[in-house]
Design a protein around this ligand. Sequence first.
Ligand code: ADP
Length: 182
Amino acid sequence: MRVAVADCWLELCEGDITQQAVDLIVNAANSYLRIGGGVDGAIHRQGGPAIHADTARRYPDGCPTGSAVISTAGQLAARYVAHAVGPQWNGGRNNEAELLAGAYRRALELAVEHECQAVATPAISTGVYGYPLNEAARVSLRTVIDFLTTQKRPEIVRFVLFNAETFAAYSNALAEISPPGK
Ligand code: ADP
């Protein structure tokens, strides 16, 4: 699924983000930038030790929730990884939507600052962090669409969704936000 936003493309596909060949891969990191499970574990496994060596050296204090930091992509088929820290879901009482939006916004700003044309991102916070899928889809897609509309960059933002349920939630949300033909 693919929709045009300003001069850019917003794409959804089902797959493993570590297999993407893009300029920048977004990671769903934790604020300590410790190697975790889920997509973070997969990115570190596939990219090798250079990624953690780089973040440990450059960001010894980690990264606040709702923001992102950039590193080498090691052996991944990308130039950079943006480690974006989404919120843990706590019933919507802890400013989760704004923090989730902030994590995407900062990752996209880093992509633009580093002249990245193609970006791949996972569904941040929807795994271990427990953000309800449909709500995460709405907030995440709305944030990316707003960014592309105002900044007109990067050229491609591709959500790489790990299973059919996640893909369906993001597809439905995108169809609601951006109906085909409009
Ligand atoms: P968080 O702690 O932010 O919830 P997780 O890694 O637990 O991060 O999950 C975030 C999303 O990434 C989930 O939708 C999960 O299914 C997905 N995911 C896990 N592994 C991969 C992968 N290799 N590629 C793309 N998405 C993945």
